[in-house]
Design a protein around this ligand. Structure first.
Ligand code: ZN
Ligand code: ZN
Length: 338
């Protein structure tokens, strides 16, 4: 895979991370009950589970139709869209278990919210801006845009080797959110989303993502662009930074900007991120002649698994289970079906 493709895939990853659907999911259900003992089994086949295999109703936004497929078949397409081919096998396996957990949490037949994007009743859609990124492994092969056959084989093996495995906290499926790169410290979910504290989505120090191209970034925002992007009630100097005063009004547990004061007007960090298209809400700044110079850290919301961190941890010899238990403290990986 080319570096360009890798970057494109990571861009998709970031879009997925930003999506409101995940936020809704976070703020909603308290988690579906799942224990290996009481997990639904092949008996009493439902639409979501035929022949002992979970079925996913995927809305393919590109085709405008719903396709029903096996969960693991679906997961291969998710990993293809989410993971660079350079990533270690244990990182692929960690992502497979997390994406499986996230998807089961969405399944309507299990009480999940599903996806409201489709005209029919779908569990999830392929739109990176709405649910979870997904690429068709079959057609991607022909387009040559999604990695080699060898990479797809590695993905299939990662999904197969973790078959039936999910992440649970106190016997319930976790809200398995993830992001590209935390930049050294992950974020607590309650800093961004409603629904209270989730002990397994707390801020932790991550020493593993320094090799990410998104670990640190620099962006110069000309004053004219700043004025155009910010809400009208933010008082800005006309053309220079002479009278511009930025202050962090409040910080998140993960050391990100929760609220920023711009010349006395408060603006939420996540709103600023959206308006200025910043990679994350972790940033510092310098006032320059030409504009506001931002030094950013990481990419994505920062909650849950750090994908580049997962790769770094795998390079350091950690197993996929160790990686998951590191990024979602207090959880465990369990097999809910054979
Ligand atoms: Zn959707
Ligand atoms: Zn990290």
């Amino acid at each position: 895979m080319t570096r360009k493709t890798t970057l494109l895939i990571m861009a998709i990853v970031v879009l997925v991370i930003f999506l409101p659907a995940v936020v809704v999911s976070i703020g909603g259900r308290s988690g579906l009950p799942f224990q290996s003992a009481n997990a639904p089994s092949a008996q009493g086949e439902s639409e979501s589970e035929k022949g002992g295999r979970w079925q996913v109703r995927l809305y393919r936004a590109d085709q405008g139709e719903i396709t029903v497929m096996d969960l693991d078949e679906y997961l291969v397409g998710v990993l293809l869209a989410e993971m660079p081919s350079s990533f270690e096998t244990e990182a692929l396996k960690a992502q497979a278990v997390i994406a499986r957990t996230y998807t089961l949490h969405q399944l309507r037949s299990l009480g999940g919210d599903g996806c409201d994007k489709a005209p029919g009743k779908a569990d999830i859609c392929s739109e990176s801006t709405h649910c979870q990124a997904w690429l068709d492994p079959g057609s991607a092969a022909g387009q040559g845009g999604s990695g080699s056959e060898a990479f797809r084989d590695r993905i299939r093996k990662a999904v197969f080797d973790t078959r039936g495995e999910v992440v649970v906290y106190q016997g319930r499926l976790i809200e398995a959110v993830y992001h590209s790169t935390c930049g050294g410290k992950t974020e607590a979910s309650h800093a961004l989303w409603s629904g209270g504290v989730r002990p397994y989505l707390k801020s932790i120090n991550c020493p593993y993502c320094q090799h990410s191209p998104h670990y640190r970034g620099e962006i110069l925002i000309p004053f004219t662009r700043l004025a155009a992007a910010l809400p009208q009630d933010v008082a800005l100097p006309a053309a220079s930074g002479d009278e511009l005063v930025l202050e962090v009004a409040s910080e998140t547990p993960g050391g990100r900007v929760k609220t920023l004061s711009i010349n006395g007007t408060l603006i939420e960090g996540k709103e600023l991120r959206r308006l200025l298209e910043l990679p994350s809400t972790a940033f510092t700044w310098e006032y320059r002649e030409e504009g506001l110079f931002l030094i950013t850290r990481g990419r994505g919301h920062g909650v849950g698994l750090c994908q580049y961190g997962a790769d770094g941890a795998a390079r350091a010899g950690k197993s996929y289970r160790q990686i998951i238990e590191f990024y979602y403290p207090g959880t465990e990986v369990t097999k809910i079906m054979p």
